[in-house]
Design a protein around this ligand. Structure first.
Ligand code: NAP
Length: 248
């Protein structure tokens, strides 16, 4: 058995630890979006594969027998690519997926099917927005430059931001409620924009928004391929045992 683990999430890191403890033959794959990704206890590769065909070639030349897609729930392109590539090679594929966040009674959430829809729904009056979506899609908000945006990135931005009224704070999660509460208050934030990533590492901003009774504009997850899924690294190990027993 030789496993490809598509990563970039905290859960993928936890799974890499579990695979290393078991002595599994596994490779961790990063897209290479951050300057210094956390090191992993299994061999690591960094960078795109070159689309579905590139991934197919990689899977064949590396003699991969099982694939675990532990990418972020918004990394839909990678999930579709590995679904297609594994399908044509008949390789077993499992997605490690964390549950989405759900609003509680005291939360003020407005839900949207995409970030584009959130752009269109922003209020006309200048607001002070915590745009907590990472760096990749902030261009979408360039058309709404009347607002102030607080941004939180892992690495300092390269070049000019597309948003004229913005402040960037550099930090890597996990974040805590006290810290996020202080951040929202310091910058007099009026609205929080989030993707429904799920998990614990980035949840604090939602708890802080609830404490301050701020509206959260929440983008729902993109649609992902129908594959077998696991909720925890432990379930992934059980799946690996199961497919190995069946000789798959
Ligand atoms: P994406 O839109 O689904 O993927 C774009 C391209 O990036 C893919 O087609 C692939 O390039 C490459 N790629 C993505 N994940 C990869 C991986 N684990 N290993 C090798 N190549 C990968 O992905 P994204 O939303 O830009 O996310 C990139 C990475 O950041 C993912 O690993 C994800 O887990 C992590 N991440 C994403 C978010 C988010 O909000 N999107 C948040 C936190 C972490 P090729 O077509 O050339 O193979």
């Amino acid at each position: 058995m030789r496993i490809l683990l598509l990563g970039g999430t905290r859960e993928a890191g936890a799974l890499a630890d579990a695979l290393a403890k078991r002595g599994c033959d596994a490779i961790y794959s990063y897209a290479g979006r951050t300057a210094a990704p956390p090191s992993q206890p299994i061999p690591t590769r960094i960078g795109g594969f070159g689309g579905i065909e590139g991934l197919r070639r990689y899977l064949m030349t590396q003699k991969i027998t099982h694939v675990v897609d532990a990418t972020h729930p918004f990394a839909a392109q990678m999930s579709w690519h590995c679904f297609e590539a594994c399908g044509t090679l008949d390789l077993p594929l499992l997605r490690l997926e964390r549950p989405a966040w759900a609003p509680g009674p005291a939360d003020i959430w407005h839900r949207f099917t995409s970030l584009e829809d959130i752009v269109d729904a922003l209020p006309p009056n200048p607001s002070r927005i915590f745009l907590a979506i990472g760096k990749e899609q902030i261009d979408l908000f360039a058309s709404r430059s009347e607002h102030f945006y607080l941004l939180r990135f892992v690495d300092p931005p390269r070049g000019n931001l597309p948003l004229p009224h913005a402040h960037v704070t550099i930090a890597r999660g996990p974040f805590d409620v006290a810290g996020d509460l202080a951040l929202l208050q310091k910058w007099a934030i009026t609205d929080v924009i989030s993707k429904n990533s799920g998990g614990t590492g980035a949840r604090a901003k939602l708890d802080a928004a609830r404490a301050l009774q701020l509206p959260v504009l929440m983008a729902d997850r993109p649609s992902l391929p129908r594959t077998a899924t696991a909720g925890t690294p432990y379930e992934v190990l059980r799946w690996l045992d199961h497919v190995a027993d069946r000789g798959v």
